[in-house]
Design a protein around this ligand. Structure first.
Ligand code: ZN
Length: 277
């Protein structure tokens, strides 16, 4: 492990969606060559592949598989759709086990036709329904609270406090939180809730990018670290002060960056990781 802080990528992980122009093999090859240590695999990158073989080839390239992204989307008005979602989450857990990913990230879901309270109940029930399988395969489940701008149709869990509340209800060592600075940076209770998260041993994943002003697209206008207004160093100090020492995962959806050549984007990520994260 290289201890030189100017070239230390031992905790750097990149999400495959960040380098959208590369398929799984290309991503693994380029990350490893650049010195990136970990990869979070998005499920679309496994389509048409045997997850077992995919896992073997990623590890052979020298990368650590950090998580599988993503499960979730539990709430629905119709019961049939909720049961389908549970089945899909079970498939994600099985794929993670085959891939050799210790964790599935959950974007929990919401539907505008019903109350957030009802959606939160369905999320809690949906996670509970997949816990026996997660337990038997030893896979962790990380609830990712999403920024409130996504409360209508992407997630009814919109703050770290809300995610912690669901974890408290489920009270299971395999259920924790994916902490994404993009979704959480605005929260006046961040320090207190970060402490609650880490002290409960449930900070399972840490995602970074930046917040652009103005944000021109609600989904695909995330910034590279350092381009926006998130206090990345301050938040990292906060999670580390409380004992977090896991991987730092770069997850950027950006039409602007995706238009540029992917190798150049990866170079910029490495620089921004060292300078701003
Ligand atoms: Zn994230």
């Amino acid at each position: 492990m290289n201890a030189d802080p100017l070239t230390d990528f031992s905790r750097l992980c990149v999400h495959t969606i960040t380098t959208k122009g590369w398929d799984l093999e290309e991503a693994a090859e380029h990350y490893a060559k650049a010195g990136v240590s970990g990869i979070t695999v998005w499920r679309q990158w496994l389509e048409g592949r045997d997850p077992l073989k995919a896992g073997e080839s990623i590890r052979a390239a020298g990368l650590k598989i950090v998580s599988l992204c993503r499960g979730g989307f539990y709430p629905a008005v119709e019961e049939k759709s909720r049961l389908d979602a549970i089945q899909d989450n079970k498939r994600a857990i099985e794929d993670a086990a085959a891939l050799g990913a210790p964790l599935v990230v959950l974007v929990c879901g919401a539907v505008p036709e019903q109350s957030l309270t009802e959606s939160r109940k369905q999320i809690t029930d949906g996670i509970a329904a997949t816990l026996p399988l997660a337990e038997s395969l030893g896979i962790k489940l990380a609830i990712e609270p999403l920024h409130p701008m996504y409360a209508d149709d992407r997630s009814a869990i919109n703050s770290l406090a809300s995610a912690n509340d669901v974890c408290d209800k489920l009270n299971h060592p395999l259920v924790g939180i994916a902490y994404d600075v993009y979704h959480l940076w605005w929260d006046p209770d961040l320090e207190e809730q970060t402490q609650r998260t880490v002290e409960s041993n449930r900070l399972f994943a840490y995602h970074v990018c930046d917040w652009m002003t103005p944000t021109t697209d609600l989904l695909n206008d995330r910034g590279l670290m350092g381009e926006g207004c998130i206090d990345l160093r301050g938040i990292r100090a906060m999670v580390e002060k409380n004992g977090f020492s896991g991987m730092i995962e770069v997850e950027i959806f950006s039409n602007r960056w995706w238009e540029k050549p992917t190798p150049n984007f990866l170079d910029s990520i490495l620089q921004a990781y060292l300078q701003h994260t």
